[in-house]
Ligand binder design. Structure first.
Ligand code: SAM
Ligand code: SF4
Length: 475
């Protein structure tokens, strides 16, 4: 049984708000100071690959003490290894424009921030950015936009098509996701037709009062419109949606439970949960007033990632370069499945080669400024296969994380081989001699671990075809 049924206060109906702060707060109150036995019981459920209820998730969130912490991290590490294997999917964001009608208090792009330098890429500039990203070896990108009438559904669909069209045999972005303001169902249909992968949008905070405080004006001030974005996206046929919370606004435990509640809602209304969850933490931004924030410590942040891994095991977890490389390297073991690498937040920053951060030109400050090549090298050192795979999306296997999780042998049959094949292409086309040698050694080791002989021979054959110049081979 994959889903854990639970009684929720607000009924799940499409397009209707489903968050009750009282319900979430009551669950947290009733879960204070759980014993280690209670924690163990919940971890057993998680390790048997069942999704956790809000009550079970609250037990982990409220568990205090070193022993409980150790148990939670150990279980998250085990689940990550057993379910997903040792591979990390890599992508990079591409900022298209920062015009914005909203006034999110934490964001450098907010309308009232007169220090922000406003810019929207022209089509030629988008092409130049994509070419620069492709020259690094990027294969997956998420396009990011402010909220503005100029960025309507037709415009966004146009930019997505443009990115896909900027390709040749070797250099190509194979999956274009977007992070953009929510649309009505019709708008989402227009965007889906352009072939987007994931539609990602963060609720920022699920607490209605705190939400009002940080979003005083503009379209985004409407909490319910934002909360029901994913319903409209899914109604329009977008199967892969990415949820997220901006940590540093509300109480972190409340927000994690709300993410689980949102997952319940999507499962109840559409039969499938979110494709990914992101957990950005507030970073410094142009003219940011830190006094109003409710910042979260590294220790709590790490715990919330481990708890999310256990609570929603079939959902991909994204950790961005907002965090330091040390913290990212650590959290990869406890549940993160996707990271961005080689990221440049400045609009036009990839092709204009801006290495120095200028907060008036960027949305927030980046903590991990490694190049893609450096991040790839470190993943290899950690024994993680850097994956540029987009096979499921391209073969119509949407909801890929769900499949990885629920289809026996899927990871061994598809994900690990495809990670190896896409990494091999990267090594041939973009890596330095030294990185290529180390990477090839890793591929040889990982191939030897493929138990099914026929599959191993197929992968070895494809790898030698890649070395002989063939591209885009996938299972
Ligand atoms: N404008 C759209 C919106 O607000 O949904 C789309 C993208 S917005 C540029 C991307 C995300 O960046 C926001 O949803 C927010 O969570 C995050 N963000 C904003 N300011 C931030 C800051 N100072 N530090 C870290 N993340 C921030
Ligand atoms: Fe605009 Fe998005 Fe920044 Fe809010 S978070 S000010 S909507 S770009």
């Amino acid at each position: 049984m994959l889903f854990h049924p639970q009684i929720c206060k607000l009924k799940d109906e499409k397009f209707q708000p489903f968050i009750s702060p009282e319900e979430i707060e009551a669950i947290l109150r009733n879960s204070q100071n759980p014993s280690s036995d209670q924690v163990r019981e919940v971890l057993e459920v998680a390790l048997s690959r069942r999704r956790l209820s809000m009550e079970q998730t609250a037990v982990l969130l409220c568990a205090e003490g070193e022993e409980n912490r150790r148990l939670i991290f150990e279980a998250a590490r085990r689940l990550k290894r057993e379910v997903y294997g040792e591979r990390i999917v890599i992508f990079a964001p591409l900022y298209i424009g920062n015009r914005c009608i909203n006034n999110c208090a934490y964001c450098g792009f907010r309308a009232s921030n007169s220090a922000a330098v406003r810019r929207t890429l022209t089509d030629e500039e988008i092409v130049a950015e994509v070419r620069a990203m492709e020259a690094q070896g990027q294969k997956r990108s998420i396009l990011v936009y402010g909220e503005h009438p100029a960025y309507d559904a037709e415009y966004i669909a146009h930019t997505v098509r443009l990115v896909y069209a900027t390709r040749d045999d070797k250099d190509r972005i194979n999956r274009v996701n977007i992070n953009a303001a929510p649309f009505d169902v019709e708008g989402f249909r227009t965007i889906k037709e352009a072939g987007i992968g994931t539609y990602q949008i963060f609720q920022e905070t699920y607490h209605p009062e705190i939400y009002r405080r940080f979003h005083p004006s503009g379209r985004k001030a409407d909490y319910a419109w934002r909360l029901t974005s994913m319903d409209r996206a899914m109604e329009a046929g977008i199967d892969d949606v990415g949820l997220g919370v901006l940590f540093g606004l509300g109480d972190w435990r409340f927000e994690v439970l709300a993410l689980v509640r949102h997952t319940n809602h999507l499962e109840a209304c559409f039969g499938v949960g979110p494709h990914t969850i992101s957990f950005p933490r507030i970073q410094n931004a142009s003219n940011l007033n830190r006094a109003s924030l409710n910042l979260i410590s590294d220790a709590d942040f790490e715990k919330l990632v481990a708890v999310l891994r256990l609570a929603v095991p079939y959902t991909g977890l994204i950790l961005t370069a907002r965090e330091s490389k040390e913290l990212r390297n650590r959290l990869i073991d406890y549940g993160v499945s996707q990271i961005d690498a080689g990221t440049n937040l400045e609009i036009g920053g990839y092709s204009e080669k801006r290495d120095i951060q200028d907060l008036d030109k960027e949305q927030f400050e980046l903590m991990d400024t490694r190049t893609l090549a450096q991040a790839v090298d470190e993943l290899v050192e950690q024994g993680q296969i850097p994956s540029f795979c987009t096979a499921c999306y391209r073969k119509g296997r949407t909801g890929e994380h769900f499949m990885e999780f629920s289809t026996k042998g899927f990871i061994k049959r598809f994900c690990t081989p495809n990670a190896l094949l896409t990494f091999a292409e990267y090594l041939e086309d973009y890596a330095s001699e030294a990185s290529r040698e180390r990477g090839r050694a890793m591929i040889t080791r990982k191939c030897a671990e493929i138990e099914d002989r026929t599959l191993r021979d197929t992968v070895l054959d494809m790898l030698s075809r890649i070395r002989n110049g063939e591209r885009d081979l996938l299972l």
